[in-house]
Structures are given as C-alpha cells and as structure tokens.
Design a protein. Structure first.
Length: 404
C-alpha cells in the first residue's frame, strides 16, 4: 500500500485488511509492529504502543493513538466541550477508494496532535436504493453543533452511485452525539425556486434551449461565461448544483453552507435554516467564472471574513486563493495566494479542506489541506500549517515540523 507500510507482512494480507470494515478488523501498528484486533476485543496483541505526538509533521503519515494512519480525508473539525472532533472520508486502497466504501470516519483529540479513533460516524448503506449506497461519492463531510436543538448536523457533497458527478447534491445527517452514529436524513439540491440576494435581471430571462442540462464541470467545459449561459436560471427550478463544500457558523449562531455551483464556475454561500437541516432561502453567488474549489471560511476577532480556496484542476494541486470581506454577503476582495515560499504554487502539493480555529488562542488558525492520491486513495496525506497575518492578509509557509 505504497508508503503506508514498511514490514515483511505480505502485501496481499495488508490489502485484505485495508478493505475490511473498521468495525470488524483494524491494523494497529508502530514502525514494523502490527497487531490485529477483532470487534469483540477478546483477543488483542499489541506488539508496540503508538508513539504520542507533541508537534505537527505536515505531509507525513499521521498515526492515531492506536498506531493506525488517520483515515479522514477532505475533513473538517468540530470543537465541543473541550474536545476536537475530526470528520473525514474513510478511504480504502486503490482507485476504489475514490468512492465511498465505508463512510465518514471520526476521531477525537484534546491537543490536536494525538487522535483517538471513534469509529465510523456515518456508514454508507447496503441498500442499493439508498442515496448513500455503498459505492456512491461522499465527499468533504463537515459537522456543526446546533445549540437550539442540541443536535450535531453533518453536511457533505454527494454524488449518486454510478452516475458520475451529475447529481451535485448536498447530503444531511444528524446525531445526538459528536461521534455519532449519524442518521442520514436526505439529499437535495440547494435553494430550489429561490433567487440569490445579488441576482441580476438577465438571470430571470428564459434560458436558451441550446443550454445543456449538464457539462463536465471543468474549466474548459463551458462554451461561454456562466452568466452568458445563465446556469443560475437553468437550475432555478430543480435547485442549484453543489459540489466542493464547507460549513461556517458565525458568532450569532447563524450557519452557512459554502459550495462550488454552476458547473463549479461560481461559489455560492447559503444561510441555513435555524435547525441547520435545510436552507433559509437566502444565498448569494460570488466569484463568477473563477472556479473556486475547496473553499473554507474563517472570521477574525476584528470581524473580517476570510475565504481560502483553490483553482479547479481535478486531483492535481494548484495555487491557493484568498479573499476578504466585511460581510458574508460581500463584496469580496481577492488577496492572492496565501501560501508563500518554495512549492507555494501547488499549495505545498495540497488542496484546502478546512480552516481550524484553535480554541483558547486569539486569532489562531490552521490551514488544513489534503494531498490526494487518486491511484491509491488511502495513501492521501494531510498538510496542516499555521496562519500568520501581515497587512490584513493571511498567509502560511511550509514547516517540516511545528507546534502550537
């Protein structure tokens, strides 16, 4: 399994273990030590204990407290009652790992360095008729806590099994506990029958019959500017497309869904309902024709909102982007690439997935990025780097090792 394992254990055995449901079998290792644990916990041989961490090591294999590589790709963090919870896509080996074979994995930590495996927060379904059937595409899961309902709410980008990326749906699940289990509620497209706060008159004109119902989603797929095609109007009745996504909860408790829409060409920011389970009907569209993917939002104590995003280049990394605004509803001003130094043009070979606000530290934020490996999805790595500010602009630079 590429560089995940350095041992004399046969590769066939490792591959077999890797694709098992983590509820049944898991590998526990440190260095060349491997133990096998079944779900009954009746027989466990732990040959060596996992080493506790006291620093971040970006891009390196990040083991949990059992010595198993953390499996939470495209993830996000929830801080709740003194603990951090890291949710992400559980990947399996090979290209099969680009589809959801297991579900959403969750880990917990007190210090952000050492993560305890809490299991699978949301499992894919064995029912082939389910929207989250095993083999669907379930990406970028994020969880927020609703103080009014005392529920933990998960949102994720969902593509139906064997339908490519044409569905462009948002999935929602809910739980009474941060580690789950989460119950899948439904999937849908955002803001059906609603116009954005910054809609233009031409958006409400009839859409030409020559406009396709779907394009490929890449930068070279559209025959003209998304406003010329009026993709917003095209999807008005059936709901707007939603792919790469994130969540943000503001100081007043209002929550927002941030996602790539209109064939990935334009970013939408939607205010959620009070229970966080649906949309309020208020949303805006920004950065038209800029193809912002991997967007993540954070807010400083000065009241400024920042966005970090990437370009749209498939699995390949590219230069990150940043923007600032005094209001979520804009206007947004682009600030350029927040990564600086060697390899900044590829964001240190990663793509943004979340911006983590460190609890108890004023304006302390961490860039969370993924190094994707589509040929062996389980071998994706994590790049966490600290933000700094200069002249009102956020930036981060490479560090082989760093501490809070």
């Amino acid at each position: 399994m590429k560089s995940f394992f350095k041992s004399s254990i046969p590769v066939a055995f490792l591959l077999l273990v890797a694709i098992q449901s983590p509820a049944k079998v898991k590998i526990v290792m440190s260095g060349n030590s491997i133990a096998k644990k079944d779900s009954t916990n009746e027989s466990l041989k732990l040959i060596s204990q996992a080493k506790r961490l006291s620093s971040f090591l970006p891009g390196q294999i990040w083991n949990d407290t059992d010595g198993v590589p953390v499996n939470a790709h495209g993830g996000g963090i929830l801080y709740h009652e003194g603990s951090y919870y890291w949710y992400g896509e559980h990947k399996v080996a090979g290209t099969l790992g680009n589809t959801a074979q297991v579900g959403v994995h969750v880990y917990s930590s007190k210090d952000l360095y050492n993560w305890n495996d809490e299991g699978i927060a949301l499992k894919v379904s064995d029912d082939p008729k389910s929207d989250i059937a095993k083999g669907c595409v379930l990406e970028r899961p994020k969880v927020i806590y609703n103080q009014k309902t005392n529920k933990f709410v998960m949102w994720f980008h969902l593509e139906l099994k064997d339908q490519g990326y044409n569905a462009a749906l948002s999935g929602v699940a809910v739980s009474d506990y941060p580690a789950g289990p989460f119950t899948f509620i439904r999937s849908f497209r955002p803001n059906t029958g609603c116009w954005p706060v910054n809609v233009q008159k031409f958006h409400k004109r009839p859409v030409s019959d020559t406009i396709k119902s779907a394009y490929c989603g890449g930068k070279d797929c559209l025959p003209a500017h998304p406003d010329t095609l009026n993709l917003l109007g095209r999807d008005f009745k059936k709901g707007q497309m939603a792919r790469d996504m994130n969540l943000f909860v503001d100081d007043d408790g209002k929550a927002y869904h941030i996602y790539s829409s209109e064939e990935n060409s334009t970013l939408h920011i939607s205010q959620l309902s009070d229970d966080y389970l649906s949309f309020s009907g208020k949303y805006g569209r920004f950065f038209s024709n800029r193809y912002m993917e991997g967007a993540a939002m954070f807010k400083t104590t000065k009241g400024k909102y920042y966005l970090i995003a990437s370009d749209c280049t498939g699995w390949d990394p590219n230069a990150a982007r940043s923007a600032v605004a005094e209001s979520i509803w804009g206007p947004w001003k682009e600030l350029g690439n927040p990564a600086i130094g060697k390899d900044s043009a590829s964001t240190f070979h990663s793509q943004s997935t979340y911006i983590l606000s460190v609890s108890g530290k004023k304006d302390s934020f961490i860039f969370m990025g993924d190094r994707w490996d589509p040929n062996n999805a389980i071998d994706g790595r994590y790049v966490w780097l600290p933000f700094e500010f200069k002249g009102g602009k956020p930036y981060f630079k490479w560090a082989d090792e760093w501490k809070l």
